[in-house]
Design a protein around this ligand. Sequence first.
Ligand code: ZN
Length: 151
Amino acid sequence: MMLAAPIVRWVSERWLGRPVEAPAAFVAALAQIFEQPVDHVRIFECSPYARWHAGARATTRRNRILLSGPANGFWSDPELVLHEYFHVIRQWQAGRLTILRYTIEALQRGYWLNRYEIEARAFASHHLCQLQELLNQQSSNRPFPFATRHC
Ligand SMILES: [Zn+2]
């Protein structure tokens, strides 16, 4: 039994990727935007599982965002952050998105026209300025790199 936890962790990291902490500023700002806590969403970087989805920078599952590359690239792209959190909070968590439903949608409409992706893109686009403003308010001494973008 003593070995179970390390073995589970080893298998998890080999498959899901390396777990990383979400920056506190993002957790606070996203909680405001989604009007509910988001600190239960676990982030994994350099995820073999995400890389298995060819061409995707990230993939999501219930309460998880799996990044194909390092997390730094994810946090420096707030539109992608909103997009992936939308999949988790508003689609997976709400029970609207399942692997079967997404697969059927993707087979019928492809990636760009699939309704789960259309909704996530629209939400991210609509809330991008709000996220940038919330992040900048929290880091007035050290603006985020994208702070110069105009909203
Ligand atoms: Zn998506």
